[in-house]
Write a protein that binds this ligand. Sequence first.
Ligand code: HEM
Length: 217
Amino acid sequence: MHWIAEFYRSTPGKKFVMAVTGVVLFAYVLLHMVGNLQIHLGPEELRGYVRLRYAAPGLLWTVRFVLLVAATLHVIAAVQLTVRNRGSRPVRYAVRRYREADYASRTMIFTGVAIAAFGVYHLLHMTFGSVHPEFIRSDVYHNVTSGLHVPPVSLLYVAASAVLGLHLYHGLWSVFQTLGLSSPIYDSWRRAFATVFSLVVTLGFGSVPLAVLLRTL
Ligand code: HEM
């Protein structure tokens, strides 16, 4: 146990935790997106998918627990790394170097905070229904279509999908490096992988509020 705590205290240890929890969260995001896309097939298809989710409560709660632990560790490690970075740089560089890395990490902090804020709103909106005026427990199709019929709300969901894509782009690009799986030879593949998956996630999630906004759902 001692070496785990020791490893976590180091910067590579925290980056490792961010990478592993990031991969877990990414897997959930992909599954959730594929589930949401069922809505384009019709109400019955979405209800079939939701029934499947609730058919195994043990599995559902395990997934929720893993998700909660992964999200918490991801946020704690991000905050600690940010504080550590700031602390190690008490004097601003006279000439800004590593411009690209600085820009990427600032973008990650901004998009990460925005995703966390959206996550809280989204749970209150679609899971608990406390900020959804027409919420009906267990009627997910109704909750999504009626909830996203309000243009500012659907635009918020479109914006969140874009911000999530941006966050994933940087995350997927750097995860291979953190896990020691990168080499300059494969840079173009990493770039392509990050581009394709971040676009798929943005378009997949964004297609739901856009379809409701355009009245096709
Ligand atoms: C943009 C389109 C999205 C739609 C239409 C949507 C829809 C939904 C719905 C209907 C639920 C409740 C499911 C249920 O009660 O069975 C839900 C839960 C959830 N969503 Fe989303 N979602 C979207 C985007 C996102 C994004 C971008 C994330 C993560 C970054 C996310 C993370 C979650 C989580 C963590 C839950 C709770 C899961 C649970 O209770 O087990 N969603 N979403």
